[in-house]
Design a protein around this ligand. Structure first.
Ligand code: SF4
Length: 507
C-alpha cells in the first residue's frame, strides 16, 4: 500500500491537522494552489480537504484541483457528494480517483443546490455512498480512506440523537474517520467523544476549528450555510473584536488555537481547520494550540456558545415519549399478525405466488400499482418508488424528504426543521415514533439505495418477488460487469504517472 500521510497520521495516534481548501467559484484557483504549496511546508498538516458543491453551488472540479494540490506536495482529501450525480457517475469518479492514485475521500450527502430549476438528483445518501466506496475498496483493492461528517451541534433530542445514530451507520458501512461540522460549544465536542467511547468505537474524529470572521459569523447566525450556526452572543463578540486595529484577526486566531487545545485535551485525533487560507496564520494556530493544550479545560469552560435550553445527550433529561400514533399502532399490529416482510413462511409463499401471477399480467400489475398509489399517496405522500421501506422508517416515506434520504437526516437541520423547505424534518417523526415504540436501535439498520428501475411499479410485487432495495438485500450498490478497477500504489507526493486499467460500466 502506498504511503498516505492522512492514513499514517490518523493511525499513528498523534494529534494531526487537516485544512479545508474551499474550491468554490469565488476562490481564485491560483490562490488556492498557492495556499496548498505553503501548507505543504507545515509538517503538522497531514492533508488538504478539497470541497465540492460547498454551500450548494458548483465550484471548481474537485478532482482536478485535488491533483494540482497533490502536485504541490499536499495530500488531498476529495469531497465526494451525492448532489446531481447517480451512483454510476459516482462510481466513474471513484475510478478516476483510483486512476490518479488519490485515496482520501470525504463522503457527503452534499448541500441542496441553491439554483432554481428542476429538482436535484440525490440518488444515494451519505451512508449508501460510504457503503459503495467500501464495496469498491474491497472488490477492486483500491485503498480508499473514507472520512464522513457528523454534527454534534444539534440542540433538539431527535436531531442530536439521529446524528450519532447515523455516524454509527457510517462507521458500520466502512468509514475510517469522522470530521465534525463546525460549532463553538465544547460540551458538544465532549459529548460526541463520550458517545463513541461508551460504545467502544475507536474511529478517529477530527474536530472542526473554524476561524470565524465577522462576515461568516453574520451569515452563520442566520443558519447559512445549512448546518452551520453561530449564537447571537458569539456574533456580538466577534463584531466587538472587529473594532480593534487589526480588525479582530488576533482574537479569532487565538480562539481557534484554544479550540485546538480543547480538542487535544478531549482526546480528538486532530483538528480540521477551516475559514483561514493564510498558511502563516494556520501555522501559528497549530503551534499555539499545542502550547495552550495543558490549560484546555479552562478554555473549554469559555467555549460555550449554545442556544438556551439546548439538548445535551447526557445532561438533558429526555422528554417522555409521545404515545405512538393510532395508525402506526394499527400498522404494527398488522405486521405482527401477517409476518411476511422478512420471513419465508407459508403465507409469504402464497402471496408471492399470487403477486408473481399479477406480475406476469401487465394490466393486472398496472391496476395493482394504481390501487396502491391511490391509498399510499394521500396517507404517506407516496411517490411510487417501487422500493417501499415504510416498515423500516416508522411509516414515514423517505421520498417526502427533499433529498430522498433513507438512512437518517442530513446535517442541515436546524432545531428539527428541514434545510430545504419550511417543514419539520421527516426524521424527527421517524425518531419520535421509534422512541415511542421503544425501537430506536432498529434505526441503525442499513437501508440500501432504491432500485430506480422500479419507479412506478407496485411495491407489493417488488417486495414479494425480492427485487427492491431493502434491508437485507445483499446486492452491491453498483454492479459493474467485467470491471477491473485497479490502482498501482503511488506516492501521494508524486505527480501523476500511474495507472489503471478499467473497463467502463455499461450505463
Ligand atoms: S417508500 Fe416508496 S413505495 Fe413506500 S411510500 Fe414512499 S414512495 Fe411509496
Amino acid at each position: 500500500m502506498a504511503f498516505n500521510p492522512v492514513r499514517e497520521a490518523l493511525l499513528s495516534g498523534k494529534f494531526c491537522h487537516m485544512v479545508e481548501l474551499v474550491a468554490s467559484r469565488n476562490t481564485r484557483e491560483a490562490r488556492l494552489l498557492q495556499s496548498a504549496s505553503d501548507l505543504a511546508n507545515i509538517p503538522e498538516i497531514a492533508g488538504g480537504s478539497v470541497t465540492s458543491y460547498a454551500g450548494g453551488a458548483m465550484g471548481h472540479e474537485p478532482i482536478r484541483v485535488g491533483t494540482a494540490v497533490r502536485a504541490r506536495g499536499l495530500t488531498p482529501n476529495i469531497h465526494l457528494t451525492c448532489v446531481n450525480q447517480d451512483r454510476l457517475a459516482i462510481h466513474d469518479l471513484l475510478q478516476d480517483l483510483a486512476a490518479i492514485g488519490i485515496e482520501n475521500v470525504f463522503a457527503l450527502t452534499g448541500d441542496y443546490p441553491k439554483a432554481d430549476g428542476s429538482p436535484p438528483l440525490f440518488d444515494l445518501d451519505s451512508v449508501q455512498l460510504v457503503e459503495m466506496i467500501n464495496q469498491v475498496r474491497q472488490r477492486a483493492g483500491v485503498p480508499f480512506f473514507i472520512s464522513v461528517a457528523v454534527s454534534p451541534f444539534k440542540y433538539t433530542e431527535a436531531d442530536c440523537a439521529y446524528q450519532y445514530l447515523k455516524l454509527e451507520k457510517k462507521i458500520a458501512a466502512g468509514a475510517d474517520y469522522a470530521i465534525t461540522q463546525l460549532g463553538f460549544d465544547a460540551r458538544k465536542f465532549r459529548e460526541l467523544k463520550r458517545y463513541l467511547d461508551e460504545r467502544g468505537l475507536k474511529t478517529p474524529v477530527l474536530g472542526n476549528v473554524y476561524v470565524l470572521s465577522p462576515r461568516a459569523a453574520e451569515k452563520m447566525s442566520k443558519g447559512e450555510p445549512p448546518g452551520c450556526w453561530v449564537a447571537p452572543e458569539l456574533l456580538a463578540k466577534i463584531q466587538e473584536e472587529a473594532q480593534a486595529a487589526d480588525k479582530g484577526v488576533a482574537a479569532r486566531l487565538e480562539r481557534a488555537a484554544r479550540m485546538v487545545a480543547i480538542l487535544r485535551g478531549l482526546g480528538y485525533a486532530g483538528a480540521y481547520l477551516g475559514g483561514e487560507g493564510n498558511a502563516e496564520n494556520l501555522r501559528w494556530i497549530i503551534r499555539r494550540g499545542e502550547e495552550l493544550a495543558p490549560n484546555w479545560e479552562e478554555y473549554a469552560e469559555e467555549l460555550n456558545y449554545a442556544p438556551p435550553n439546548g439538548f445535551y445527550f447526557y445532561d438533558t433529561p429526555p422528554p417522555p415519549a409521545n404515545p405512538l400514533p393510532l395508525f402506526s399502532r394499527f400498522l404494527d399490529t398488522m405486521a405482527r399478525l401477517f409476518p411476511v416482510k422478512r420471513q419465508d413462511n407459508r403465507l409469504r409463499r402464497f402471496l408471492a405466488a399470487i403477486l408473481g401471477w399479477i406480475d406476469r399480467h401487465p394490466a393486472a400489475a398496472f391496476a395493482l400499482e394504481k390501487m396502491e398509489l391511490a391509498f399510499k399517496a394521500p396517507v404517506f405522500g407516496c411517490k411510487a418508488c417501487g422500493n417501499c421501506v415504510l416498515g423500516e422508517m416508522e411509516y414515514v416515506c423517505p421520498m417526502t424528504c427533499p433529498k430522498s434520504m433513507r438512512n437518517g437526516p442530513c446535517g442541515g437541520t436546524l432545531n428539527g426543521r428541514c434545510e430545504v423547505v419550511d417543514q419539520p424534518c421527516i426524521w424527527v417523526s421517524v425518531y419520535d415514533r421509534a422512541k415511542s415504540a421503544n425501537r430506536i436501535d432498529d434505526l441503525k439498520i442499513f437501508i440500501p439505495p432504491p432500485n430506480r428501475a422500479l419507479q412506478g411499479t407496485s411495491s407489493f410485487i417488488t417486495l414479494f418477488l425480492k427485487r427492491d432495495g431493502r434491508p437485507g438485500n445483499t446486492e452491491p450498490v453498483v454492479t459493474i460487469k467485467g470491471a477491473s478497477l485497479s490502482a498501482k500504489p503511488v506516492d501521494d507526493r508524486q505527480s501523476d504517472e500511474h495507472l489503471v486499467k478499467t473497463e467502463k460500466s455499461d450505463r
